[in-house]
Design a protein around this ligand. Structure first.
Ligand code: AMP
Ligand code: ZN
Length: 114
C-alpha cells in the first residue's frame, strides 16, 4: 500500500533500524521504545488489522511468531523472557494500520497491561 508507513519501511523508502528480514517478514526497532528491547515484527504483505485477516493469512501470521523466537534469541532475551503484543484497533492503542507484533524485553513487564 503506497500510503502505509510500514510498507514504506519495508521498501526502504523510510529508514529503519532493521534487526531481521526473510522472504515474508521484516523487523526493526521501535522509534519510541517502551522497554530496553522493543522490536516491531511485520509481515511484508500489507494487512491492516487482525480484523482484516483472511484464512490464507494463517501462515503469514505464524511466521511473525517464528521470527519473534529467532529475534529473542538474537537479542539474548529468550531465556529471561519477553512479551509479544499485537494491538487491534484504536481502543487497544493501534496507531499504525499494518499489523505488527511488538516484542518487548529487558525489564519487568507488569500484568495486566495498562
Ligand atoms: P501500535 O501503537 O501498536 O500501532 O504501534 C505502532 C508503533 O510504531 C509505535 O510503538 C510507534 O512508536 C512505532 N513507530 C511509528 N513510526 C515508526 C517508525 N518510523 N519507525 C519505527 N517505529 C515506529
Ligand atoms: Zn502496509
Amino acid at each position: 500500500m503506497s500510503d502505509c508507513l510500514f510498507c514504506k519501511i519495508i521498501a526502504g523508502e523510510i529508514p529503519s533500524d532493521m534487526v531481521y528480514e526473510d522472504d515474508n517478514v521484516f523487523a526493526f526497532r521501535d522509534i519510541s521504545p517502551v522497554a530496553p528491547t522493543h522490536i516491531l515484527i511485520i509481515p511484508k504483505k500489507h494487512i491492516s488489522t487482525i480484523n482484516a485477516l483472511a484464512p490464507n493469512d494463517a501462515e503469514t501470521m505464524g511466521n511473525l511468531f517464528l521470527a519473534a523466537k529467532s529475534i529473542a534469541k538474537q537479542e539474548g532475551c529468550d531465556e529471561a523472557g519477553y512479551r509479544t503484543v499485537m494491538n487491534c484497533g484504536e481502543a487497544a492503542g493501534q496507531t499504525v494500520f499494518h499489523v505488527h507484533l511488538h516484542l518487548l524485553a529487558g525489564r519487568g513487564l507488569a500484568w495486566p497491561p495498562g
